[in-house]
Design a binder for this molecule. Structure first.
Ligand SMILES: NC(=O)c1ccc[n+]([C@@H]2O[C@H](COP(=O)([O-])OP(=O)(O)OC[C@H]3O[C@@H](n4cnc5c(N)ncnc54)[C@H](OP(=O)(O)O)[C@@H]3O)[C@@H](O)[C@H]2O)c1
Length: 307
């Protein structure tokens, strides 16, 4: 298959690109930076560079400025929104001018779509509660869904917090543990819907292949945990001498608005539609996922120190 991938240089995208290339696919990767093409992998800096005559078998849309990279100033919040909506609009324009439309678009969203909820279990049809991330995901999904009118199958990827060694959220979340402090955020009772990166890649390839699947999919493990539950699971991989919550006012002082939007509140999301379709998670519980992340981390360190 020839696949167009936006965000293919990111945490999820690099892993997905590697798997798609190993499976024999050809990729066109959108990146703002210059890259040297590799066998079966071509980079473009703008979607305008793609001819309407190109034959694409799928488009995967993962691009967007990171939500957790820095403090949310008004300007950075605008970038978070426009980076996602602009790329998705440019994809719409590409789909419109193509002579032969790709049959499928997988477009990223996030569990932030649901807004903040208490302990209630959320499935794809659960109603959202208002908030910044919720409005962003609603608008992002709404744009992606417009290509359905061109006869394209659209899958919306409501991703949870993606875990793996070598980057992403886990590196941030494990920081205090490396200094001996097992910590959770605020009350620690808020839910964290997470997923191992390998299961994300497997789920996306599953959705690519299943021509009967469309609409929203929660890309989260079936075992969400509370912030305290996550801390307990992480503690098994570190020598810690103290357990403590980071009080909410401290979080607000440290990271501003992001604290309430992403960290002190959460949602308990389960992958109802993926599981109903027969998708099986390699890492369904937090213990097996973290064990895999830390085993990979150790393998990598051993390889680097012996090489
Ligand atoms: N990782 C998670 O835990 C998680 C959770 C929920 C949802 N998601 C969503 O899944 C998608 C992929 O996540 P990820 O963790 O792989 O993201 P990531 O590592 O931050 O990578 C995102 C990619 O988007 C591109 N990008 C960054 N800023 C941009 C901007 N201002 N304008 C246009 N493109 C920009 C970058 O490509 P270039 O620099 O090459 O242009 C980058 O490779 C994101 O949209 C994210 O919101 C991720």
């Amino acid at each position: 298959m020839q696949i167009l991938l936006t965000g293919g240089t990111g945490f999820i995208g690099t892993s997905l690109a590697q798997s798609l290339l190993e499976d024999g696919n050809e990729l066109i990767v959108l990146s703002r930076r210059g890259h040297t093409d590799r066998p079966r992998c071509r980079y473009v800096q703008s979607l305008d560079k793609i001819s309407g005559r190109v034959k694409l078998d799928a488009v995967i849309n993962l691009a967007g400025a990171s939500l957790a990279a820095r403090r949310w100033s008004a300007a950075y919040k605008r970038e978070i929104v426009t980076s996602r909506l602009d790329v998705t609009r440019e994809l719409l324009a590409l789909f419109s001018r193509m002579e032969r439309r790709p049959p499928v678009l997988l477009s990223a969203s996030a569990v932030g779509y649901y807004g903040h909820h208490g302990d209630g279990v959320l499935i794809e049809s659960s109603p959202p509660a208002p908030g910044f991330a919720q409005a962003l995901c609603r608008d992002w999904e709404g744009l992606a869904l417009q290509v359905e009118s061109l006869g394209v199958r659209v899958c919306l990827l409501r991703l949870g917090v993606v875990l793996d060694s070598g980057g992403g959220a886990l590196a941030q979340m494990a920081k205090s543990f490396r200094f001996g402090v097992a910590s959770w955020l605020g009350s620690g009772h808020q839910w964290l819907s997470w997923v191992h990166r390998r299961d994300v890649v497997r789920a996306l390839i599953f959705l690519l292949k299943r021509g009967d699947m469309q609409g929203p999919f929660n890309i989260t493990s079936p075992g969400p945990v509370t912030s305290r539950g996550f801390a307990a699971a992480l503690q098994a991989h570190h020598s810690t001498f103290v357990r403590a919550g980071v009080p909410a006012p401290v979080m607000r002082a440290l990271v501003g608005e992001m604290a309430d939007e992403l960290l002190l509140n959460g949602q308990r999301v389960v992958p109802q539609r993926l599981q109903a379709a027969g998708f099986e998670f390699t890492y369904p519980d937090i213990e097996s996922a973290l064990a895999a992340c830390y085993a990979d981390h150790t393998r990598l360190r051993t390889r680097n120190s012996s090489g």
